[in-house]
Design a protein around this ligand. Structure first.
Ligand code: HEM
Length: 376
């Protein structure tokens, strides 16, 4: 998509698609503004999307405006602060070790299937108290859900997937209601806002958002990181000798191959963006993936540079909806990458591999990532 973004930033940075009526915003400053000016650009859109998936996310953090957004978010911020997340590091390292032990002797693997996918799923499942035998199902659910854009009518597959997911979560919520634990779902069940419990759609929204939205994106951050490093001569070796550089390198991966390429908003009032008047009620797509390649913000924007600093990318959004899971995603990706570097010597993308991207304009990542190395 990157050459197309570049063309749009240069020729039509605020553009209306005649077919769908949606507006598309491509420049860094405009994307940042659309993401963060929540009084002008609303996140509420689930209600406009009649599909099952639209309804499922309709009462979640990501589709809620203040004041409800602030109230809902305050219930989960504690669980995701950098400090709370750091406490998970030993467990994440242990899980990474287990996954690495299964492949280290083999000399080749699909890094998506064998590491990047299972790691975030297991971590969030444990946080939410999901039984381990149920994890496999999320893969299918999230695949179907991310392949949908909100503007297109949902397909039957999407709707049946959503019903399956809703049934699963309702059963899980019931179970926790009768036997509370120390997991996130139990704490959401106990939470009150102004003396009121969360509604069932709000509980479902949390489950769906945490289990689906956070997993696929972290998987893709890890996969995209390996791809960026493999393509950039010498960087794998450099990170191996300077592991302290890994977090900064991951920020550059987030900029250069953003796992989330676009987010939606709806204009609350007639608003001028760039030199275009966007009318009240119009859907807007903010192209994060384009903002992160904008030469007005980043020098040599089209180059992957692990030394880039500062790096004010918008990969986790901006403003009140800034990604709740960012500290967790960063920690998981750092641990995974360090393990790959130290345990898979000579790591490279398998020669002749056809790298195919996932079928989505929102999520950016590879379906498979075949790699090889010299097993010890
Ligand atoms: C919000 C990206 C990982 C949970 C967001 C937003 C972006 C984003 C761009 C802003 C949405 C908006 O402005 O409308 C990413 C990326 C990730 C990642 C690139 C991985 C590399 C995670 C993880 C979790 C998570 C691991 C949970 C464990 C959330 C939640 C929100 C959110 C709950 C909604 C926050 C709100 O509306 O207040 N994420 N995310 N994300 N993310 Fe992430």
């Amino acid at each position: 998509p990157f050459p197309q973004y570049e063309r749009m930033r240069a020729t039509a940075p605020v553009f209306q698609d005649d077919q769908s009526g949606s507006w598309h915003v491509f420049r860094y400053d405009d994307v940042q503004r659309v993401l963060s000016e929540h009084a002008t650009f609303s996140s509420r859109m689930g209600g406009d999307n009649p599909s099952g998936t639209g309804q499922l996310f309709a009462s979640s953090l990501i589709t809620t405006d203040p004041p409800r957004h602030r109230q809902l978010r305050s219930l989960v911020t504690q669980a995701f602060t950098p400090k709370a997340v750091d406490a998970l590091a030993p467990r994440i390292a242990g899980l990474t070790d287990e996954l690495m032990a299964e492949i280290a002797g083999k000399g080749s693997a699909d890094l998506i299937r064998d590491l990047a996918y299972p790691l975030p799923v297991i971590v969030i499942s444990e946080l939410m108290g999901i039984p381990s035998e149920d994890r496999e199902r999320f893969k299918h659910w999230s695949d179907v859900i991310v392949s949908q854009t909100r503007i297109l009518p949902a397909s039957e597959t999407q709707d049946s997937t959503t019903s399956e997911m809703v049934e699963y979560f309702l059963a899980l919520i019931d179970q926790r209601r009768s036997r509370p634990g120390t997991d996130l779902i139990s704490s959401l069940l106990a939470a009150e806002i102004d003396g009121q419990k969360l509604t069932v759609p709000e509980l479902l929204g949390f489950c769906a958002l945490l289990l689906v939205a956070g997993n696929e994106t972290t998987t893709n951050l890890i996969g995209n990181a390996v791809l960026c490093l493999a393509e950039s001569p010498g960087t794998l070796e450099r990170l191996l000798s300077e592991p302290a550089l890994v977090p900064q390198a991951l920020e550059e991966v987030l900029r250069f191959r953003s796992p989330v390429q676009s987010m939606y908003r709806v204009a609350v009032a007639d608003t001028v963006v760039g030199d275009q008047l966007i009318p009240a009620g119009a859907p807007i797509v903010a192209w994060i993936g384009s903002a992160n390649r904008d030469g007005q913000q980043f020098q040599r924007a089209a180059e992957f540079d692990v030394d880039r600093n500062p790096n004010r990318h918008l990969a986790f959004g901006h403003g009140i909806h800034f990604c709740l899971g960012a500290p967790l995603a960063r920690l998981e990706a750092r641990i995974a990458l360090e393990a790959l570097l130290s345990r898979l010597p000579g790591l490279s993308v398998a020669s002749g591999a056809q790298l195919e991207r996932m079928d989505s304009s929102i999520v950016y990542g590879l379906k498979e990532l075949p790699v090889t190395w010299q097993p010890a």
